[in-house]
Design a protein around this ligand. Sequence first.
Ligand code: MN
Ligand code: MN
Length: 461
Amino acid sequence: MEAKEWKEKLLTNKKNGYDLMPAEEREAMDRYCQGYKAFLDAGKTERECVQEGIRLAEEKGFRPYVRGMELKSGDKVYLDNRGKMLMLAVIGQKSLAEGAQITAAHIDSPRLDLKPSPLYEESEMAYLKTHYYGGIRKYQWVTIPLELRGIVALKDGKTVKVAIGEGDEPKLVINDLLPHLGREQSKKTLAEGIGGEQLNLLVGTEPLAGEEKDRVKLAVMKLLYEHYGIREADFISAEIEAVPAFNAVDIGFDRTLIGAYGQDDRVCGYAAFKALLDLEGVPCRTAVCVLADKEEIGSEGVSGMQSAFFETFVGDLCATQKVPLRVCLEKSFCLSADVTAAFDPQFADVYEKRNSAYVNYGIGLCKYTGARGKSGASDAGAEAVAYVRRLLDDKGVLWQMAELGATDKGGGGTVACYMANRNIDTLDAGVPVLSMHAPFEVTSKLDCYMTYAACKAVYEG
Ligand code: MN
Ligand code: MN
């Protein structure tokens, strides 16, 4: 054989997804991405993602799961964990003793949470203090329009939904120093340029008539009282998030990319969710989709992936078939669907270009994440990776291998370790993202669509 033939026979031949994707899939890809962008606009917080998820799932025949209810093959159920985490299942043909096909993604994203006592006045301007949630680069969150979304839980048990900044509504902003005065600030590192206690939202300037102190703060509180019926003390039991006040848009002259807030990890969350909704017929094994909260701060807490809510729901499903949970879990497979870093030629030195994910090359499979020698990674077994290679190749899903940055440079974690710790074979996979954790992240439509196709392949088993 000639070298050319040996090369074709032996070596990996990576190709741009646009050279491989059949033309007829273009339309399906564009339609999918329209739905994804609409989901992002409706779901700028984990609570909103759960609400929108339930609305879409019910349209497709999913019913709320009630403990003890009879379930048969083909039944579609969901369970809402405190409005912040959502699990959905389609009961398969086989018993849960044969395991479940799981995808787990997270729907919380980096943002600025209001502090428990946020409102104050300084120099006759009113501000709200924030405490950032997740790994943000603070300088990216100043001088962009922000909006508030969340809830206030009142002492009487009622909750008030807060949403300020949609459409024509006023926006909020965090100021930065002007270049004319920022000479000293400009000498600081990116990490030091803006401090955590400077992330204060400017929310008003008109004082209430009278002689009282802090009349601007009072005027703002009066507006909030008139609109929402809340008092200053009610902020103590509130979860209000400041998020970017812009919607998802196409990026590039060729519209091949999506720019939006919160794509980590709603891009995989939506893929995992939509693939379950779009399942045709009854899957062989039970298909389970997990949309978890709190990943960005370690998956702790009652709505995080470490919560026993997962065992409770899957255990309840198993109980309907008299299957011990541990028997189900040891036979299950989980795709931990979370974003990875897309190679960025402008910052090439933090990537290892031979093991990096590339825009438009499909879903990125990560055998391991972690940092400093894979620490914190679940490091999937070779057999689990081979299983997914076969699954995706059989279904014509475009995929690539991915590493989260060069050794000693990058790193990060996902929910994979918490699934693997439950004795479930788990592999990380997700959409490569540019500017991850920025208020405006960029993904490729082709990669988004291939991640949806990969989740579908996992459910179909
Ligand atoms: Mn993530
Ligand atoms: Mn993240």
